[in-house]
Design a protein. Structure first.
Length: 167
């Protein structure tokens, strides 16, 4: 995925439980010290978890310093939700030039047509720190219990940000 031209650039650093990390350059859409919204636009079509994301898919990535997850709001190039993709996470540190978080392996996919799936549970090592397991359980419970509220929050914010980004 590529950053949208014209926005300030930020480096997203995704760390894994095994110590690996990946860096992504993206556009900073919004930042208030407690949360950040990053923008990615796909350069080509991608299929993830049986879900087709067309070329030009717009992703607003939402990150919070005080939540045990982040969420990618995947949208059609002309607008409208394709899916919400939650990454269970900890250690999120926000900045205007660099954003870091640790991926806790488990993800949750939610589509407008009602598909709700907890993914990659097998990737969470059984011998991971008990605090990691507790965070995963807490985040999973929060997302599954409050999905409608979170979806409304994210979609409302995306609708407000869309004209700021795309005119």
């Amino acid at each position: 995925m590529t950053a949208f031209a014209g926005l300030p650039e930020v480096v997203e650093v995704k760390r894994y439980l095994d110590g690996r990390q990946k860096e992504f350059r993206c556009g900073l859409v919004d930042y208030d010290g407690r949360s950040a919204v990053l923008l990615y636009i796909s350069s080509g079509p991608v299929e993830l978890f049986g879900l087709a994301l067309p070329a030009g898919t717009v992703t607003f990535g939402y990150y919070w310093a005080d939540r045990d997850y982040n969420v990618y709001h995947w949208q059609h190039p002309e607008g409208g939700t394709i899916a919400l993709y939650f990454n269970l996470a900890d250690g999120t540190r926000l900045g205007r030039e660099r954003l870091e978080w640790r991926d806790l392996a488990v993800d949750i996919l939610a589509t407008p047509c009602g598909r709700l799936e907890v993914l990659d549970e097998d990737e969470l090592p059984a011998d991971a720190d008990p605090a990691v397991h507790a965070t995963v359980e807490r985040a999973r419970h929060t997302i599954l219990t409050d999905l409608d509220r979170i979806r409304a929050e994210v979609e409302s914010r995306s609708r407000a940000l869309w004209p700021q980004v795309f005119g």
